[in-house]
Design a protein around this ligand. Structure first.
Ligand code: KIV
Length: 281
């Protein structure tokens, strides 16, 4: 395995990765220890995703996540002084009402959370909001294809861009988002041929999740990647560890050790000094 490089990941770094034809790595994280591990492993970008609604809060979708929650989790992540670039995922309702509200919310992600960029879902319907955020010097990560905040309109978590009209719209939106100035694009659940076309059509990096191997980078939800959930796994997830199984085994052993009296042992306990020992007896 390659030794992770120690360069701080920034928008310029990510751009350079694409120019050099290298691939970038991204995961979600929602807390300090995970962010620290990710940074030390060499992950380029950490997204404090609104997927936290599902993997942390146990909701069936991402819609109930609030801006306060994203700001809070971003603060936990950014406190790890990570080399990875930290991006706050702006939740549903935080950039849909007015430009003013959108700007206030994006600013909170940076000022209170410590984010280095924000992510917004959607294409043409969101251009105005994205442009306004870019104009106040906050970098924006775009997100096209399956946009989970639109599941009610889309009719569920479904692959997008299989039909010509929708594929064209996604491609046009990608090109326009690059013109607006987003620094990278998440492409979620689209056919790999469409992801390839988009990746070849823009100079900014594309980061795929369920979008095949031609993207400039990949992102996965941390809990899926390390098997820390026993929930449903989409086809595109590769499980690199079974933390659920490992933790189950550890907890069963712990229960066993308590019940058999082997935990805590003498060396896991505090002892009185000898003279006081005599006094207690
Ligand atoms: O919220 C999230 O975790 C995301 C990724 C799946 C891209 O948006």
């Amino acid at each position: 395995m390659l030794q992770p490089n120690k360069e701080k990941r920034t928008v310029l770094y990510l751009k350079k990765i694409k120019e050099q034809g290298e691939k970038l790595s991204a995961i979600t994280a929602y807390d300090f220890p995970t962010a620290k591990i990710a940074s030390e492993a060499g992950i380029d970008l950490i997204l404090v995703g609104d997927s936290l609604g599902m993997v942390i809060q146990g909701e069936k979708d991402t819609l109930k996540v609030t801006l306060d929650e994203i700001v809070y989790h971003t603060r936990l992540v950014s406190r790890s002084n990570t080399l990875s670039m930290v991006v706050s995922d702006m939740p549903f309702h935080s950039y849909h009402v007015s430009i003013e509200k959108t700007l206030e919310n994006a600013i909170r992600c940076v000022k209170e959370g410590g984010a280095e960029a924000v992510k917004l879902e959607g294409g043409r319907k969101r251009f105005k909001m994205i442009e306004a955020i870019l104009n106040i010097e906050i970098p924006v990560l775009g997100h096209l294809g399956l946009t989970p905040q639109s599941i009610h309109r889309l009719g569920g978590f479904k692959v997008q861009g299989k039909k010509r009209e929708v594929a064209r719209e996604i491609l046009e939106d990608a090109i326009e988002l690059e013109k607006l100035g987003v620094f990278a694009l998440v492409l979620e659940s689209i056919p790999l041929e469409l992801a390839r076309k988009i990746t070849e059509s823009v100079k900014i990096p594309t980061i795929g999740i369920g979008a095949g191997r031609f993207c400039d980078g990949q992102i996965l939800v941390f809990h899926d990647l390390v098997g820390l959930t026993s929930l449903y796994f989409p086809k595109f997830v590769r499980k690199y560890a079974d933390l659920n199984g490992i933790i189950q085994e550890a907890l069963k052993q712990y229960i066993h050790d308590i019940q058999t009296g082997s935990f805590p042992g003498d060396d896991e306990s505090y002892h009185l000094q000898k003279d006081i020992d005599a006094f207690i007896k």
